[in-house]
Design a protein around this ligand. Structure first.
Ligand code: ADP
Ligand code: ZN
Length: 217
């Protein structure tokens, strides 16, 4: 049996990070969020930090050699043997080819592709309501999933913030456009292999999770 190698697709704000976390809890797979890994590099001021920050703040894809190196190195660590859920990768056909190659070298392949659908108005509304914990990365929505105490993370007590690229309308539009032009072709590539399962993102976190989890039962 192949261990699950799952890709989650959805436009910005569709809840793919949250759904990935729920799959981690149920399936024991490792969560690889490229967005989180890149933000951590910026915070730690690694040699690539300034380049990464410049691209992210504009909502553009960071140079592929940077993300490819991250994925290649991460896939060599022992904990990925139980399976992986990728969130935010691959985001362009070229990245998909790189991933297919990395997996092939390890005798693995993509097993499930989850595609979450969400309309434009809903995306804009969700992003303006989204807050994240800069410490533990928990995600909140001030309207639909608020923290118990306003502005404070339930899990670790840190003050919540708005992500830098969620504050800028231009960056949001850029991310939506990149998704349409670069990322949707990746989903279509895997759809041709019959791997894609589509879900309506306009529903509660738990309802959506239950639908997604069915494909693993
Ligand atoms: P969202 O899906 O809401 O845009 P993410 O946290 O997944 O948020 O990604 C934020 C930003 O990180 C992207 O706009 C992009 O600049 C960068 N990024 C994430 N994943 C990749 C990737 N696979 N390749 C290049 N850049 C990426
Ligand atoms: Zn926290």
């Amino acid at each position: 049996m192949h261990k699950p190698i799952i890709l989650i697709y959805g436009p910005v704000g569709s809840g793919k990070g949250t759904q990935a976390e729920l799959l981690v809890q149920k399936l024991g797979v490792v969560h690889l969020s490229l967005g989180d890994i890149l933000r951590a590099k910026v915070a730690q001021n690694t040699p690539d930090a300034q380049v990464i920050k410049d691209y992210m703040s504009k909502g553009e894809l960071v140079p592929f050699h940077i993300v490819d190196d991250i994925v290649r190195q991460r896939m060599e660590e022992p904990d990925v043997a139980n399976g992986v859920v990728f969130d935010g990768y691959p985001r362009a056909l070229e990245q998909a080819m790189t991933l297919v190659k990395i997996l092939q070298d390890q005798g693995k392949k993509v097993t499930h592709v989850i595609a979450i659908k969400l309309g434009t108005d809903e995306i804009i509304e969700r992003l303006s309501n989204r807050r994240i914990c800069p410490n533990c990365r928990e995600i909140y929505n001030v309207v639909s999933e608020p923290p118990k105490v306003e502005g404070i993370c339930d899990k670790c007590g840190t003050a919540l913030i708005k992500r830098a690229d969620d504050q800028e309308v231009n960056a949001i539009h850029e991310r939506m456009q990149v998704y349409q032009e670069e990322t949707l072709p990746v989903r279509d590539y895997f759809a041709k292999q019959g791997l894609v399962h589509e879900f309506d993102g306009n529903q509660g976190i738990n309802e959506l999770h239950e639908q997604i989890y069915k494909i693993f039962e």
